[in-house]
Structure formats: C-alpha cells, structure tokens
Design a protein around this ligand. Structure first.
Ligand code: FES
Length: 188
C-alpha cells in the first residue's frame, strides 16, 4: 500500500522554475497498482519537508518531534542554503504549530465551496474538484489564470510577475500562485 506518492514536476519558487513534486494519496503499488488522487501540486523540493510533515500529522496521526533539524541543501546547483526550514517558518498558510490551516474556497459561478489547506494554490483546489479554470504557465508569469477575488484574502509566496498594481486594485488574483486565507470567494 502506498499511502503517499510523489511524482517529479516543475514548481515555482522565488520567481524561478525549480524541481518539485506533485503529491498523490491513496494509491497502491505492486499488483493492481494505481496512482491515487493528486492532493497537492507543484511543491518545490526544498519545501517538501514541512508539507510531508503536515500530511503525516494530519492523515496518519504522526506525532511531531520538537527538534531543530539542520541539513544541507540536497540539490546540486541550487541556491546555497544550510538550514531546512521547520514548519513554523513555512509561510504557505501553515500555523505556528506547523499544521496546515484549513481554508474554504467558494466559486461563485459554479456554486462550489471546497475545503482545503491554506498551503494549496487555488487553481489546484479548483482542478481537484473538477472545475476547469484557465491557466497556462502555472508560475505567476503569464496572467492566464487571473480571476476576481470577491471576498476574503489570499497570500503569495512572492509577488507574482503577472499581477500588476492595477490588477490588485481591481481585486484580481492569480489562482495558480494564490493561497487562500480562511474563506475566500472567487468569481469563477
Ligand atoms: S497560469 Fe500563468 S500566471 Fe497563472
């Protein structure tokens, strides 16, 4: 039984495309192998540790250890980095105790309301539930995934290139790069 599966993909961090993974859960290995369903998409490898930690705590009753872990960047050619962020430092919507905070994304046009983690991107949440939103680069560069935020607040890991000050003033967000905070409503 494979409870968590990782598939390599491209992810975006600090405006750059980096090595990342999609996370699948509920799949099987061996005879009758199946992939399971995609739970999270485009997690940069260097951010994987706190995300996996949250999943293990949330879905497998893992108990967190309060240890300060120091490690070297495992990616040759990557940016120099000597400390692996503990979950409290991971700002993709995780709370101070390292557990992913719950959010709700409401899609006004389709009438769907989806509970998710604040660590997820709104576009991924929509796709997981079968909603097809326009997207292209999935990296905050092209602007294809722009949608209007009707209510609530979103955060970004960094300022996305494709979101201008004018867009922000009009309440536009980039769903490929925006994390929901609490309850948000999107005009889609
Ligand atoms: S898909 Fe290109 S900016 Fe979101």
């Amino acid at each position: 039984m494979a409870d968590i599966g990782l598939i390599g993909t491209k992810a975006r961090k600090n405006g750059k495309v980096v090595e990342g993974v999609d996370i699948y859960m509920g799949g099987k290995v061996g005879k009758d192998a199946k992939l399971g369903s995609r739970t999270m998409k485009g997690i940069p490898c260097e951010d994987l540790k706190p995300v996996m930690r949250d999943l293990l705590i949330k879905h497998f009753d893992a108990q967190p250890l309060n240890v300060d872990v120091v490690s070297r960047d495992a990616h040759p050619g990557g940016r120099s980095r000597t400390r692996v962020d503990e979950p409290a430092d991971y700002d993709n919507g995780n709370g101070k105790n390292g557990q992913a905070q719950t959010a709700v994304v409401a899609f006004a046009k389709s009438g769907k309301e989806i509970t998710c983690s604040q660590a997820e991107f709104i576009l991924d949440v929509a796709e997981r539930e079968g909603l097809e939103l326009d997207s292209d680069c999935r990296s905050g560069i092209c602007g294809t995934c722009k949608q209007k935020l009707l209510a609530g607040k979103v955060t970004y890991d960094e300022d996305p290139e494709a979101l201008t000050a004018g867009d922000r003033a009009q309440g536009m967000i980039l769903t490929c790069s925006a994390h929901p905070v609490g309850r948000v409503e999107i005009d889609a």
